[in-house]
Design a protein around this ligand. Structure first.
Ligand SMILES: C[S@@+](CC[C@H](N)C(=O)[O-])C[C@H]1O[C@@H](n2cnc3c(N)ncnc32)[C@H](O)[C@@H]1O
Length: 218
């Protein structure tokens, strides 16, 4: 069994969100150190959130893979500095047959993501390009789940992830306090089944889990 995750960089357990193994915790620490090292040059996370990186970014991202623990192949779109894509890859690092694809159009961030996967010994592929074209030309096999955080409106996320969800992939999107308005707007153009989970790190935010997504006929 794993031990409760330590959620601040000074090494004190500030809150328990779930069990992760010692190896996973070590990989997460390597990743956090890397984000902080590259932060001055790349601005990977909002500077105001640096002191809370373990809660605001790491713990928040743990919820992604936990949403679909059975999913083996993930696509994280608009990965930026790797939240949640790299964290998903770290959680799956010792799980044979798993793979995390990350699609990121910014070349420098894509280079960082490759470094993060290598340094943490995680399985993944970074696609340095626009989601619209990478997804349309996808030749990397079936996808079980799509994730996104801080990328676009729900309606646009459904559009961007359609090449995967049309073939049966599920989706999990992090959404802030305005989530209900986005759900209402997206409902006009899309059918979907949704499970709404209160974020473990922010009661105002939601993890929205979608399946059976399809475009409504005009
Ligand atoms: C606000 S950041 C969020 C990054 C990360 N998911 C997070 O939560 O920290 C959005 C990222 O998506 C990337 N992005 C935006 N539109 C994109 C597109 N059409 N294709 C690929 N990447 C895109 C940007 O370069 C940026 O790194």
């Amino acid at each position: 069994m794993g031990r409760p995750i330590v959620l601040n960089s000074s090494g004190q357990a500030v809150q328990n969100y779930g069990d992760v193994s010692r190896e996973t915790l070590e990989r997460l620490q390597i990743y956090v150190d890397l984000v902080l090292k590259w932060q001055p040059a790349q601005n990977l996370i909002a500077p105001s959130t640096i002191p809370d990186i373990w809660t605001r970014h790491v713990a928040d991202s743990l919820q992604t893979q936990w949403s679909y623990p059975e999913a083996k192949t993930w696509v994280d779109v608009g990965s930026g500095g790797g939240f949640p894509g790299v964290v998903t890859a770290i959680l799956l690092a010792e799980d044979p047959g798993t793979h995390v694809h990350m699609i990121e159009s910014n070349q420098r961030k894509a280079a960082f993501l490759r470094t993060a996967l290598r340094e943490t010994g995680s399985n993944g592929t970074v696609h340095a390009g626009r989601i619209e074209s990478v997804a349309k030309e996808w030749q990397h096999g079936p996808v079980d789940a799509v994730s996104a955080r801080a990328l676009a409106s729900l309606d646009l996320l459904f559009q961007l992830s359609e090449p995967f969800t049309a073939k049966g992939a599920k989706a999990v999107f992090h959404k802030g306090q305005d989530f209900q308005r986005e759900v209402n707007e997206a409902s006009a153009r899309w059918h979907f089944d949704m499970i709404e989970k209160i974020s473990l790190v922010d009661p105002e935010s939601r993890m929205l889990l979608f399946s059976n997504i399809s475009n409504r006929p005009e």
